[in-house]
Design a protein around this ligand. Structure first.
Ligand code: MN
Length: 737
């Protein structure tokens, strides 16, 4: 089997790709470079058994895809000859000129910097990499292409080699690709590294993604056509609309690192809309928000504030069909080029690298800054720091005084650093120095800094509870918690009790001390706490999270006061965020389980259209939607907000069958025994009768009004039907229509 997914990386293939690129290349020079590489590598094999030359050709194809110039393509073909064969730099200089020779030399030097293991990823080595990159950014682009092809063919290498290479790629090269803005290389490097670093998680995510593959394709296609259809009214030509699925590693980060559920990853699906001008970006955004419902706080404007790597786009998340959220990215074609190809998209190869170029100033500012600063040798340390700062937006690298690198998430404090070194260093910390200066414990460390932790010699010294709020990493947090769990029971009990009381006050929960144990008993059992003190202590050290508990305690409290008929209007409103079902058979969507009564003016029955009114102190009163009282009052300004949408519970929503009162108006030819016949008829079909009254009408007919209980509108119909059959009955009508 070919290592290259069936692509035959021959010189003919490269030539074909060059022709397809439509760009001007020095074919003669490239052919010459190929001949030399072919000659020197002849006889050498890849781990796959294929001729070695396939690798430099594959690398050059990637460089071509990035739009690189002739010299870079040549250097791609020649990138391994100096290191792996007898070919010398002098020979390269003679044949291809200094430009190509320097690029190959740069790549050769990069290869000698050991970075594969965590120990090797020291400040010094990272610094070397960055300095090499700053000499000519094309060196790094060749290196990234080389690494990409090696990662694509990594399964041919020995097992232990694979992990080391994957680790190095994940920690060093993917962040560099990100910083250079070459997003497709960054994503592919991350996904390939992830596959080797955590194959089980990779497979799991792959499985989850494939599980719904057809649905997913259908979903994305339907959004795409809906958007295209809508945009075709306002835009000519119609903007490009592409569907996109998040990379496996992108999902992994959200699931395992951010603790999100698979289904909560809103940007799992994304649609990209590419237009001509910046103005059109905002116009399209308006249309998208018009067609779909946007999710609040998910809009990001990277056009007005581009990311550090020049990335520009508008991002928003909206809800599509069937309530599935998806992300929409809107950008111009130019921004799209930058997003995909980063620095490579704006490199002016034909002109060479000139720091005097005025166009694309901003896009090249970063590179130029490196190039300029680099001439000033005194500032070398500072340059490295600046570059490293930007290397990865999510991670920072700091150093121990001995030079060990510690990787921490952005925003980490010296406390996180201390616990990352060792649990005991964290527990005994009493101060910290950053670059030899004392700092406070909430100091946020930055990439490149050297951090020294000052520890107490007293073995009883321990962390402060406030550190839980200061630290950023779960590691530090859980270590601090476990210390408190062991060491400070009294303090924990006190803290835990106050925290719970605070939360109770915030939610208007008032439980007399004597009833507290009873109220919390099920939670105490659930967390294996025998006494209230155990329970408070567990809250105190963070073993039980009050925020996770509170929702269900609020529900329990509401049930409790409801049983005691103490429901106040405020509490009904308080529950407006919940959403439970009512035993009365009415569901108030925005409100939890609460007292429901049926308005006497219209006595609604299941099946009727209904509306709820929040009464003062007596729960919700349910009216028929066509009730005259409702129609008269619904627009009174001070009451408008008290009318709420309510609906009948589905059959399986309500646990118990409920009954409703209905009043019937019966007209009959008056006769003896009429009322008795009506009672008997109702008794036969087991309908309870609460009230009955009869009177004589002016025309001699009798009018009987009975109030009965029925289970719903169906049953009421059959009652009416039954009563209509009683001899001499002329009409049976429901009152309050
Ligand atoms: Mn190579």
């Amino acid at each position: 089997m070919s290592e290259n997914n069936g692509i035959d990386y021959s010189f003919e293939y490269l030539m074909k790709k060059i022709n397809e690129s439509g760009k001007q290349y020095d074919i003669q020079k490239i052919t010459q470079a190929y001949r030399l590489a072919h000659e020197y590598h002849s006889g050498q094999k890849r781990d796959s058994g294929e001729d070695y030359i396939t690798h430099p050709i594959a690398v050059s194809c990637i460089l071509l895809e990035l739009g690189m110039d002739t010299d870079t393509i040549c250097a791609g073909l020649l990138h391994d000859v100096v290191e792996d064969t007898d070919c010398t730099l002098e020979e390269l200089t003679k044949q291809f000129g200094e430009g190509v020779a320097l690029l190959v030399d740069g790549v050769t030097k990069l290869r000698k910097i050991p970075l594969a293991t965590r120990e090797e990823q020291t400040a010094e080595n990272v610094r070397k990499i960055l300095l090499a990159m700053s000499e000519d950014i094309r060196v790094m682009i060749i290196k990234l292409s080389d690494r990409l092809h090696n990662m694509r063919t990594l399964h041919y290498r020995k097992d232990e080699k694979r992990r080391a290479t994957a680790l190095e790629t994940m920690n060093i090269y993917a962040p560099i690709a990100h910083r250079l803005g070459i997003s497709w290389i960054k994503e592919e490097l991350e996904d390939l590294s992830f596959l080797y670093l955590d194959p089980f998680a990779y497979e799991e995510i792959d499985r989850l993604m494939n599980l719904r593959k057809t649905d997913r394709i259908k979903f994305i296609d339907s959004i795409k056509s809906k958007i295209t259809e809508r945009l075709s009214h306002d835009f000519d030509p119609v903007p490009t609309v592409e569907g996109r699925v998040k990379s496996n590693y992108g999902i992994y980060k959200k699931v395992y690192r951010d603790g999100k559920e698979f289904d909560q990853i809103y940007d799992r699906y994304a649609v990209r809309i590419i237009v001509n001008t910046v103005n059109e970006c905002y116009n399209v955004l308006g249309i998208i928000h018009d067609v779909f419902n946007p999710i609040p706080n998910r809009f990001k404007d990277y056009i007005s504030t581009p990311k550090a790597n020049m990335y520009q786009s508008l991002h928003t998340t909206v809800i599509g069909a069937e309530g599935i959220p998806f992300e929409v990215q809107i950008r111009t074609y130019e921004m799209h080029q930058t997003a995909e190809y980063g620095i490579a998209a704006h490199w002016k190869y034909k002109e060479g690298i000139t720091s005097k170029s005025t166009r694309d100033d901003n896009r090249l500012a970063w590179v130029r800054q490196i190039l300029e600063l680099q001439q000033n040798a005194d500032d070398a340390e500072e340059i490295v720091r600046t570059i490293k700062n930007d290397l990865s937006s999510e991670e920072i690298f700091v150093f121990t005084p001995k030079g060990d690198m510690i990787t921490l998430p952005k925003g980490a404090t010296v406390i996180d650093f201390a616990y990352a070194i060792h649990t005991q260093v964290g527990h005994r910390m009493c101060g910290a120095k950053v670059d030899k200066k004392m700092v406070s414990l909430d100091y946020r460390v930055k990439t490149g800094q050297i951090v020294e932790i000052i520890t107490s010699s007293n073995p009883a010294h321990g962390p402060n509870r406030s550190w839980l709020q200061i630290c950023r990493t779960n590691e530090a947090r859980s270590k601090i918690r476990s210390w408190f769990k062991k060491e400070r029971r009294e303090e924990n009990i006190f803290e835990g009790r106050s925290e719970l009381e605070r939360e109770f006050r915030r939610n208007y929960i008032r439980i007399p001390e004597a009833e507290l144990e009873d109220f919390l008993s099920s939670d105490m059992r659930k967390h294996n706490c025998d006494t209230l003190d155990d329970f408070f202590a567990a809250i105190g050290y963070g073993g039980i999270s009050v925020s996770k508990l509170i929702q269900h305690l609020k529900d329990a409290y509401n049930r409790r006061i409801q049983e005691r008929h103490e429901l106040t209007e405020e509490q009904i409103m308080l529950r407006a965020k919940e959403g439970l079902k009512s035993k009365s058979g009415v569901v108030v969507d925005e409100i939890g389980d609460c007292e429901i009564k049926f308005a006497q003016c219209c006595n609604p029955l299941p099946g009727d259209a209904i509306i709820g009114f929040v009464t003062r102190g007596h729960g919700i009163s349910v009216h028929k939607a066509d009730c005259q009282n409702y129609l008269n009052q619904k627009d009174i300004p001070e009451q408008r907000d008290r009318w709420l949408p309510v609906r009948w519970a589905d059959k399986d929503d309500s646990e118990n069958e409920s009954y409703f009162k209905a009043t019937l108006d019966i007209v009959a030819n008056d006769r003896i025994g009429l009322l008795a016949d009506i009672s008997v008829a109702l008794a036969e079909i087991r309908i309870p009768m609460h009230e009955a009254s009869a009177r004589e009408l002016k025309n001699g007919n009798a009018n009987v009004v009975v109030t009965i209980s029925v289970a719903g509108i169906e049953q009421l119909r059959s009652v009416i039907n039954r009563l209509s059959k009683i001899p001499s009955v002329l009409s049976v009508d429901r009152c309050g229509k």
